[in-house]
Design a protein around this ligand. Structure first.
Ligand SMILES: [Zn+2]
Length: 54
C-alpha cells in the first residue's frame, strides 16, 4: 500500500479537526454547516484542535 502524500494527510487532518459540534444533540456537522443536520438548530460550536506537528 503506497503512503499518501504529506499534502493529502494535511488536508485530511483539516477535515477531521475542523468540525462543528451541535450543542443540542452532539452531532458532528461540516465546517460550512449553518445549522445542525440532525436537529436543525443553530446552536453549533466550533471544534478546533491543533494539528499535531512532528
Ligand atoms: Zn443537533
Amino acid at each position: 500500500m503506497p503512503l499518501p502524500s504529506p499534502e493529502k494527510i494535511q488536508l485530511a487532518q483539516k477535515y477531521l479537526l475542523f468540525v462543528k459540534i451541535c450543542r443540542e444533540c452532539g452531532a458532528r456537522n461540516s465546517i460550512k454547516a449553518e445549522k445542525c443536520r440532525k436537529c436543525k438548530r443553530k446552536n453549533l460550536r466550533l471544534k478546533r484542535r491543533e494539528i499535531i506537528k512532528k
